[in-house]
Design a protein around this ligand. Structure first.
Ligand SMILES: CC(C)(COP(=O)(O)OP(=O)(O)OC[C@H]1O[C@@H](n2cnc3c(N)ncnc32)[C@H](O)[C@@H]1OP(=O)(O)O)[C@@H](O)C(=O)NCCC(=O)NCCSC(=O)C[C@H](O)C(=O)O
Ligand code: MG
Length: 296
């Protein structure tokens, strides 16, 4: 369970989170068989303005034929301030995804507006909200946005970096300028950790550049992201590897749990394993890692 989980969901593994344009029938068909943890069906930036209503209908039609994709799935709607946003959220609530992803969230008021709209249509409490943080104002206000997760009935469950929009709004080119965005990205990570919600890194556009993608995955993992958003199936394996608990980390976690379970360590707050100090906070960390990996 999340530390501060509001709707008491199970802690999800979200190493690899793949966007699929809602009107891409072939890609939607493939989604169930892909090894990604989560899919985001997109009604926003990958759908041309004239195609928005048709994409919404295509999604509804597909789900009525096939049912849900068989893994965590999210619908990214257009901003509620846009001419499509209201119809999108009404339709999304009817289709009952695990969560609705709001683009270009500038602050808590955007979450208020979405939660009110979901209340108005009687949306199930189990439908979560995810927020894209991809504007300068969204970065500046991210802690108060994240803290909406703590309100009674709060639906926020995950923050998602939108690096393309952030690049557009700040004139920092990608991928070369990512180092200059890093302080902002870390603000988002920190806010997510403070509020106890998940946080996902942005996409890597050049899906033929495997080395660049893997380097960005490794960096995102070190920065504390829970996973990475993806645009192409070829990126799934690398993200699962980078954000999954590696063999060494799992072995280390098991060693910590075993050491603290020894009778001679029962009353101790701190012990030594392989010459390193290990405290009970490390035990908690180890137990959480093993639980997330489904080991205990
Ligand atoms: C980028 C693409 C348009 C490339 O598509 P395509 O030309 O079809 O690529 P391939 O020929 O290499 O595809 C090989 C097979 O893989 C399937 N495929 C491709 N993409 C996906 C996908 N996303 N999900 C599932 N399956 C996919 C193809 O159908 C091929 O299958 P097969 O026929 O069996 O060979 C395309 O990848 C794409 O549209 N990607 C997603 C784009 C998207 O959703 N963009 C919006 C989110 S990004 C963003 O906006 C983030 C944020 O807001 C920000 O600001 O940064
Ligand atoms: Mg965006």
């Amino acid at each position: 369970m999340k530390k501060t989980g509001i709707h008491h969901r199970q802690k999800q593994t979200r190493r690899s989170v793949l966007y699929i344009p809602a009107n891409n029938e072939r890609a939607m068909e493939k989604a169930t068989g892909l090894d990604c943890d989560t899919i985001i069906v997109d009604l926003e930036d990958s759908i041309a303005p004239d195609e928005k209503p048709a994409a919404r209908n295509a999604l509804e039609d597909r789900l009525s034929r096939t049912g849900p994709p068989g893994k965590e799935w999210i619908i990214r709607i257009n901003a509620l301030s846009s001419k499509w946003g209201h119809d999108d959220i009404v339709e999304a609530a009817r289709l009952r995804p695990d969560a609705i992803l709001l683009p270009k969230v500038n602050g808590a008021a955007d979450i208020d507006q979405a939660e009110a709209a979901l209340r108005d249509v009687g949306a199930e409490p189990a439908i979560g909200l995810w927020a894209m943080i991809e504007t300068p104002r969204g970065i500046a206000n991210v802690l108060t946005t994240a803290d909406t997760a703590h309100r009674p009935g709060g639906r926020l469950d995950c923050l998602v970096i939108g690096s393309n929009d952030l690049s557009k709004e700040t004139d920092i080119p990608l991928p070369d300028g990512r180092q200059f965005m890093t302080p902002w990205l870390m603000q988002v990570v920190l806010a997510a950790k403070a509020a106890g919600v998940d946080v996902l890194d942005g996409v890597y556009n050049d899906f033929h550049d495997e080395a660049g993608f893997l380097a960005e995955c490794a960096e995102g993992h070190l920065m504390g992201f829970d996973g990475k958003t993806l645009i192409h199936p070829s990126q799934i394996g690398g993200a699962n590897e980078a954000f999954g608990a590696g063999k060494d980390a799992l072995a280390q976690a098991k060693a910590i749990v075993e050491a603290f379970s020894l009778p001679e360590n029962a009353g101790k707050g701190v012990i030594k394993i392989d010459g390193r100090m290990v405290e009970r906070l490390h035990l908690e960390q180890a137990e959480a890692l093993l639980a997330k990996a489904g080991i205990r």
